[in-house]
Structure formats: C-alpha cells, structure tokens
Design a protein around this ligand. Structure first.
Ligand code: NI
Length: 139
C-alpha cells in the first residue's frame, strides 16, 4: 500500500451539494471514502474493458443540445464510426436535455474507444456504456 496523498478537486457547487447528499444516503463517513470507491469502480471497469472480440452494447448519453457545437460534434463522431452503430434513438427529455441511446455491435476495443470519445466530449452530462455479448458463444 502506498502513502496517502491529498489532492484538490474543482467542482460546481450544485454538483458538490448533490454528491454530499449521496454520500449521506450511502453512509459514507467522508467524501474521501466515497471518491476512493468511485476510483475503485473505475479500475474494475477497466478490467472489464480488457476483454476483447466481437461484442454488442448500448451507449446512453445525456446532454444539453444548447451547448455550443455539441450536437454537431456528437453527430460527426457517430458518422466516423457508422459501421459500429446499428441504431440510434434520440429523445428530447425536456426543453434543454436530450437522451441518445445507441446500439453498438463490432470489435469490443473499437466500441469502447467510440464510447469513451463520446462520453468525454465537453458538454456531455452523463454517459454510460453497457457491454454485453453477441450471444454467439453462449448456449
Ligand atoms: Ni433532443
């Protein structure tokens, strides 16, 4: 085990308020413990990410379509990987927010790269990749 390092995090106050409420609900004693768990979860997900081959999955994105150039950027990224995207569903959640769900199929590594590019695009509020199997190897 390494030594403990302190580091600062810049966060929107509304987001921090929600995080604190969540920590309370989940009985975390400190923010640090909650952040440690978030980091551990990301590391576990990384282990899953190292599985390869033909995969299928769904990617959901929530974003504000007013965010400058965002809709266009997301469309461009999707066109660049059109061979992986079987279908896209767009729902206008309210005046500002959009939910986009993509059904993906193809090389697992490429699916993950596309998902990471879309999720990390500036202005995307939330993104989640759910990986599954094409079913071919299952009885
Ligand atoms: Ni929309």
């Amino acid at each position: 085990m390494g030594k403990t390092i302190r580091f600062g995090v810049s966060l929107d106050s509304d987001l921090l308020e929600k995080f604190d409420k969540l920590c309370d609900e989940k009985s975390y004693q400190t923010r640090s413990e909650a952040i440690r768990d978030l980091i551990r979860n990301m590391l576990v997900e990384k282990e899953w990410d190292e599985a390869d081959g033909e995969m299928a999955g769904t990617l959901s994105l929530v974003y504000d379509h007013h965010h400058s150039g965002l809709s266009q950027r997301l469309t461009e990224l999707q066109h660049d990987s059109h061979d992986l995207i079987m279908s896209t569903l767009h729902v206008h959640l309210d005046h500002d927010n959009c939910l986009e769900v993509m059904v993906l199929k193809g090389d697992g590594k490429q699916i993950k790269e596309l998902a990471h590019r879309l999720i990390s695009t500036k202005g995307v509020k939330h993104g989640k990749l759910g990986l599954t199997t094409t079913g071919e190897e299952l009885v």
